[in-house]
Design a binder for this molecule. Structure first.
Ligand code: GLC
Length: 426
């Protein structure tokens, strides 16, 4: 109680300072250490954990375990939809309302800069510090903004090619080889290739992979768009041509991760680009018809393996949380070695702890781990900017029109270039 009073008094003082120095609603305005970030640091009690749909059914068992051990600090699960953009918008709405009912939130790697710049994430330093020394450096980078850690890396993600090894004994190494194999799909009356081509974050992931794989880039080191190149054109054109030819089936333009997984498990696709979580589900799902007939390979590239987009999810504490001491312990629990192993074995989710990729027992169970580690280490980050929503919208809108054949690839890239330039990159 005493602690609460002291904290309340401190909050008033800090709040007054924050108000007097308030710089308005523009990103990059908030100070990382003051204001709401000073509240609740020593307080414990019930909290809420927020993340997108738990496709792999790993969250509830973990919460049951935590709740049994912490009856006074119960964690309630707020499960969002399975669409990355909807998850993002829900978080933004709650943060803008300074909601205190979202304590620990799952932050997609591409949202760190925006949320941190807006001052919504508790800096993980001092009493809130998290040990990241045993984690893959690429994953720590995704949780860091301007030198400060804002989230605890939880699961990483790298693209994988799922294929029907009963129909294609040796998986394609290049995009052109894969397109050449589409005759096999045709002969078997199934779709050839799908990824995530609906208009949402998954499309940005797939377009970035197509462009990076062709040797292009979306932005340069300085954050400025670099889409006016022949390589970028080849990349986007590969997707547009595949859709036009029917190598990406018509319904593929509506697929997010889950619809693609479903189609693949139903035996309706020869190749699928998806994340590692699909592996366990395709093997164990009662309804999966490809349990024993699918294989996995690196994404096909230009001359060898393709460039995956770096995905993943990190756990952050909302600056508006009232029970940050509990939130901090929960972060440690959710990113512990035991939990990371559970994610990997139960959900085939990519760990962030480097050692697990070389753990012989784990590799025996999940033989793709070494391939996945290489994929993640070499994966290309999507643009890092507080203005990411405008950047990803520019990519999604224009690439979607180009793939559907409603806009030429040249016009789509030019419009993307302009829209990213005006979105800014600070
Ligand atoms: C996965 C990735 C994430 C990405 C999303 C797109 O959840 O981990 O980084 O943004 O898919 O749908």
């Amino acid at each position: 109680m005493k602690a609460r009073l002291n904290i309340a008094a401190a909050a008033l003082i800090v709040g007054a300072i924050a108000l007097s120095g308030c710089a308005g609603g523009t990103p990059a305005a908030s100070s990382a250490g003051g204001g709401d970030a000073a509240n609740g640091l020593n307080d414990r009690g019930p909290i809420t954990y927020v993340q997108g749909k738990d496709n792999s059914n790993v969250v509830r068992p973990l919460l049951d375990k935590w709740n049994a051990l912490h009856p006074d600090q119960i964690v309630t699960f707020k499960e969002q939809s399975d669409n990355a953009d909807q998850q993002h918008d829900d978080l933004v709405q709650r943060f803008q309302a300074k909601a205190t009912d979202y304590d620990v939130v799952d932050v997609d790697v591409v949202w760190t800069a925006e949320f941190a710049a807006k001052g919504w994430l508790q800096p993980l330093k001092d009493t809130m510090a998290v040990d990241t020394s045993k984690m893959l450096p690429a994953t720590v980078k995704t949780a860091t903004y301007k030198g400060t850690l804002y989230a605890a890396p939880q699961t990483s993600d790298g693209g994988i090619l799922y294929y029907r090894k009963d129909l294609v004994p040796t998986p394609p190494k290049t995009w052109d080889e894969m397109m050449g194999m589409c005759s096999i799909a045709k002969a078997n009356n199934i779709g050839c290739y799908a990824g995530q081509f609906a208009k949402y974050e998954g499309l940005t992931v797939n377009v970035a992979e197509a462009i990076n794989t062709a040797g292009g880039t979306i932005v340069g080191e300085d954050g400025k768009p670099t889409l006016d190149t022949a390589d970028a054109k080849t990349g986007l054109n590969n997707l547009a041509a595949a859709y036009k030819d029917g190598n990406i089936p018509t319904e593929g333009i509506t697929y997010q991760e889950e619809q693609g997984r479903q189609a693949f498990e139903d035996g309706k696709l020869l190749f699928l680009r998806n994340w590692p979580y699909v592996y366990n589900l395709a093997k164990a799902d009662g309804a999966s018809t490809v349990k024993d007939t699918f294989g996995i390979a690196p994404l096909p590239g230009k001359d060898g393996p393709g460039a995956s987009s770096l995905g993943g999810h990190n756990l952050a504490v909302s600056v508006y949380s009232k029970n940050k001491a509990t939130a901090k312990d929960f972060l440690a629990f959710m990113t512990s070695e035991e939990t990371e192993k559970f994610y990997a074995t139960q959900g085939s989710l990519a760990p962030v702890l480097t050692s697990l990729y070389d753990d012989p027992a784990l590799v025996a169970q999940l033989p793709y781990l070494p391939v996945l580690k290489t994929s993640i280490e070499n994966a290309v980050a999507r643009p890092v900017t507080p203005f990411y929503p405008a950047v990803t919208k520019a990519i999604q809108d224009n690439a979607y029109s180009a793939i559907k054949g409603e806009k030429s690839v040249d016009a789509a890239l030019a419009d993307m270039q302009n829209a990213i330039a005006s979105a800014g990159s600070q």
